[in-house]
Design a protein around this ligand. Sequence first.
Ligand code: TRP
Length: 333
Amino acid sequence: MSEQKKVMLSGIQPSGDLHIGSYLGAIKNWAGRAESYDCFYFMADMHTLTVRQVPADLRRRTLEQLAIYIACGLDPEKNTLFVQSHVPAHAQLAWVLDCYTMFGELSRMTQFKDKSAKNADNINAGLFTYPVLMAADILIYQPDYVPVGEDQKQHVEICRDIAHRFNSIYGEVFKMPEPFIPEKGARVMSLNNPSSKMSKSQPEGCVFMMEKPEDIMRKFKRAITDSDTVNPVRYDPEKKPGVSNLMEIYAACTGRSYEQIELEFEGKGYGALKPAVGEAVVEMLRPIQEETRRLLADKAYLESVYRAGAEKASYVANKTLRKVYKKVGFIAQ
Ligand code: TRP
């Protein structure tokens, strides 16, 4: 039956530790998708090299990311979970696509402009061609949908442009992928700066998936709230961004509605809300952290997962690569 399911693919760079923003906004919703889609999820380790990495940390984070995915309910029997560098066809297709991507269009990418401003001493060619490798990651699996956040939409668009250019020369080689905007998923903001998204670059406002309970509680107790003290716990993202963010996290962890939360804290202040959200997050993470630790202690199992994933992924990827090689005029092996 799996032949009839639509294909979905997404990758996350193991360039930083995973946090609850990515979990509540994305990963949490991935687990249920395998019923309706043929899903591929990979650790984009090759993309991380565009910024200098400490090799041992990159290895640890790549494996930890896989363990966390499984602990969050992504069943390796139902989803194809793999490491990008284990499937060489991505890099092989990327070279071909490099030759169908224009210098001018890569120069206009906002992420390239941002990242080169931030890493002025290391504006390497990989940073520039990053979107081409990403286009190869996507097109090689012929997916219908690519779930990505707002910041990655421009990359999916250039991927479509490249596919279109290639197809108009050689015929329908690549399927046109659509960005997939999830129907639900919390938008979690930084705890100490509720106007920007939770991110590892602001660690005090960010709660990591594997963080210790006491550190989580400390971060929530110090979370920024708002100055309004009359009827303080109210959902109003415009006027009360700090409190609304805490309520959004609380709602996502407990399944309660904003009205229920407002009732629960009626007559109480931020002093009661902050530790309650902290505790809800600690409780939500407890089983995930335990399962992640158990999986990380079982290296042989994780190895068997990523090996089987790479094998399944390579089978699909090599089919597309062979077709592309033939179209451009390479002699078949
Ligand atoms: N660029 C993505 C990010 O930073 C990661 C990524 C790499 C990706 N290849 C991809 C996402 C292919 C979706 C599809 O989050």
